[in-house]
Design a protein. Structure first.
Length: 275
């Protein structure tokens, strides 16, 4: 071989690893048909995908997936913390639930209700007006009748005082009181029929040579100095001045005595004067 003849790999192009496909007839047409296209044909373009691009896409997909997971996790945590509370748009507006002072919905300037137009004074005024209208005016109470002057007859008439049936001369008409201390006189048999004054009661047997019936003034003059609480045996026609335990003056005139033992009784003509 001539030393100047070009060697393989120094002047000739390197044949491709995989020769391009020849004509359909197996490469018999033209030059180099049996070698897959000859030495003068262009080399096929082989596009090699860079592994760096694939790694970039994988990293972007991983970042997007992590972001989605973070958003979903934040939403779930927020939903658990809030529980069943309604969404913000479902809540009642602040201005519809706040009072005139706007304490719950912010400052008074943002509240739609003016504190000077509070309905409470109006309601109170209407209630007061309604009460005044529905309540009839109070009728003046009747005054107690004026007290009778001392010495005015409060009661007069016949009175029976029987054994174990005491009488209270301060009641009108005189009657037996359920409170023993309020009774003024009682009678009981003891040889004759006895008249017994009650507690804090004074009695005076009236004695006058002219047989004059004592008046209110006569009894009032002598009862304090001559009256006693001692029992007295009764006689028909006897007159007794008395001062009751309530401070009234009375006059008892014996009209009749009857009965024995537990049936003992005396019938009197009684006058009770006001104090």
């Amino acid at each position: 071989m001539n030393s100047e003849e070009p060697r393989q790999g120094q002047g000739w192009p390197t044949p491709p690893a995989h020769p391009p496909a020849g004509p359909p007839n197996g490469g018999h047409d033209g030059y180099g048909g049996g070698y897959g296209g000859g030495y003068g044909g262009p080399a096929p373009i082989v596009v090699a995908r860079s592994s760096s691009h694939r790694g970039a896409w994988i990293g972007a997909a991983a970042t997007l997936a992590a972001a989605l997971i973070g958003v979903v996790g934040t939403y779930l945590v927020s939903a658990n913390n809030e529980g069943d509370s309604p969404p913000p748009q479902a809540q009642t507006p602040v201005t519809s639930s706040t009072g005139p002072s706007g304490a719950e919905g912010g400052s008074g300037e943002d509240s739609s209700v003016d504190s000077s137009q509070s309905p409470e004074p109006t309601t109170s005024q209407e209630t007061s007006t309604s009460e005044e209208t529905s309540t009839p005016p109070a009728t003046p109470t009747s005054e107690a009748p004026p007290a009778k002057p001392a010495g005015t007859v409060e009661w007069q008439g016949p009175l029976v005082i029987a054994y174990a049936e005491d009488k209270d001369l301060d009641s009108v008409p005189p009657a037996e009181s359920e409170i023993r201390a309020e009774n003024d006189f009682s009678v009981y048999p003891f040889g004759g029929i006895m008249l017994q004054p009650g507690d804090e009661v004074k009695a005076l047997v009236w004695k006058d040579s002219t047989n004059k019936t004592p008046s209110y003034e006569d009894c009032a003059r002598d009862i304090d100095t001559l009256g006693t609480s001692t029992e007295t045996e009764l006689k028909t026609g006897m007159v007794v001045c008395a001062a009751t335990n309530d401070g009234r003056l009375a006059r008892l005139t014996v009209k009749e005595l009857a009965g024995q033992a537990s049936d003992t009784r005396g019938i009197f003509d009684v006058v009770v004067w006001s104090r």
